[in-house]
Design a protein around this ligand. Structure first.
Ligand code: PLP
Length: 393
């Protein structure tokens, strides 16, 4: 058995994220009949709470499954074999959603983009304008690309669809933005939002959901892709208007507590402000390190910096996995790794969910320590740059 460093695991991953003790305790609930009236009342309060986070008054369906389940639900409920979708390239997660669609028999057209800069909404508009026969049925946009630390402006994508006069649905992946970065389902004209439990909502992995617009519910009625567990029409016949099978009741005790923390204890707007403040402290630190040929922010588009995760690009010739290994094995700090083609090139600092200044400063200090141990060039004192920002902000 390898010797573990002392102290509690310091978790700086971009999902799953830290689970507050009060949520852990809430989930440790004895079994209840999911048809019990008290449970159904609690369940309905959770539905209302999640709708408030999504900022929607339209439909919501839950699934026992991670974010992939909600991805699949969004596709099989809205599309038919041979339909075409337009995926906006952001990074690993836009590619994975596209691969899933292709495996389901959907034709995938991609608006390509430099992962460090992001896609141009004008290119989305051009692709839709060129589709005069309206063969594209949906535009799929990852609101926050967890692999690169970059956001996509959903209002700009909505505007591009409208400017092209195209009827395609707008599907948004909010898995690493919800509860961390401003998201407005109804106001932004989103048709389907894919969300998961294990990031901004601070729960364990395994519960996911989709917000669905009235327009999308109409489209759903004629969708022909095979569906069973994910079938929204079948779900609407069930008492919870979700879940074909047993309702994972423990999750809802946890979710009730998460909604209390977000809406009642802190307030959603303040949750988002906290995420921005901590994210900016991380960025100031990395920008400071970048002097002396040090590591850099992977995202080079300041207008699209992510407030939930920062990907840090290593200097040429240095492997990001070494930093992760040192941080974990010597200091019990878990950082996110580089995904797909970014493996070894970047490590990621997750700054979403249940997080405060000491957790961020501790993580940054350990990254700087790991860089010194591994002889990675950088300008020392990045943590001081973060402190100066936090003191003034
Ligand atoms: N989309 C995004 C943006 C993600 O970050 C993730 C996971 O990290 C997923 C989709 C897939 O979700 P899951 O791993 O919960 O299935």
């Amino acid at each position: 058995m390898t010797k573990k460093p002392r102290g509690r695991l310091f978790f700086a991953n971009p999902g799953p994220t830290n689970i507050p003790d009060s949520i852990l305790h809430a989930q440790a609930h004895h079994a209840v009949d999911f048809m019990d009236a008290d449970f159904i009342a609690l369940y309905n309060r959770c539905v209302d709470g999640v709708k408030r986070v999504l900022r929607t008054e339209q439909h919501l369906f839950f699934y026992t499954g991670s974010g992939h389940a909600a991805w699949e639900a969004s596709l099989v409920n809205l599309l038919s074999q041979g339909d075409k979708i337009l995926i906006i390239e952001t990074g690993n997660f836009s590619e994975s959603w596209g691969r899933m669609a292709a495996a389901l028999g959907i034709e995938v057209q991609t608006v390509s983009a430099d992962w460090r800069v992001g896609a141009d909404p004008a290119a989305v508009q051009a692709a839709l304008a060129a589709d005069t026969g309206h063969t594209i049925k949906a535009v799929c946009a990852v609101h926050n690309e967890t692999a690169t630390g970059m956001t996509l402006s959903l209002p700009a994508i909505r505007a591009a669809i409208d400017a092209a006069g195209h009827p395609a649905l707008l599907l948004a992946d909010t898995i690493s933005s919800l509860g961390s970065i401003d998201f407005r389902f109804d106001e932004w004209g989103i048709d389907c939002a894919v969300g998961g439990s294990q990031k901004g909502l601070m729960l364990p992995t395994g519960l996911s959901f989709t917000g669905v617009s009235n327009k999308a519910m109409e489209v759903h009625k004629s969708s022909k892709l095979p569906k069973a567990y994910f079938n929204w029409t079948a779900m609407l016949t069930r008492p919870h208007k979700s879940f074909i099978g047993t309702v994972p009741t423990s999750f809802f005790y946890g979710l009730q507590e998460a909604m209390r923390l977000i809406h009642d204890v802190e307030g959603l707007d303040d949750v988002l402000r906290r995420h921005h403040r901590l994210a900016e402290a991380v960025r100031r630190c990395v920008q400071h390190w970048s002097g002396n040929n040090g590591p850099q922010l992977y995202c080079t588009n300041a207008a699209r910096y992510s407030d939930s995760v920062t990907a840090v690009l290593m200097p040429e010739g240095f492997n990001a996995e070494e930093i992760r290994k040192t941080a974990l094995s010597k200091f019990n700090v878990s950082l996110g790794g580089g995904l797909s083609r970014l493996n070894g090139q970047v490590f990621r600092i997750g700054h979403l969910g249940d997080l405060n200044e000491p957790m961020i400063l501790g993580t940054l200090a350990v990254v700087e320590l790991a860089m010194q141990i591994n002889g990675v060039p950088h300008t020392a004192g990045g943590v001081n740059a973060a402190i100066s920002y936090l003191a003034a902000a």
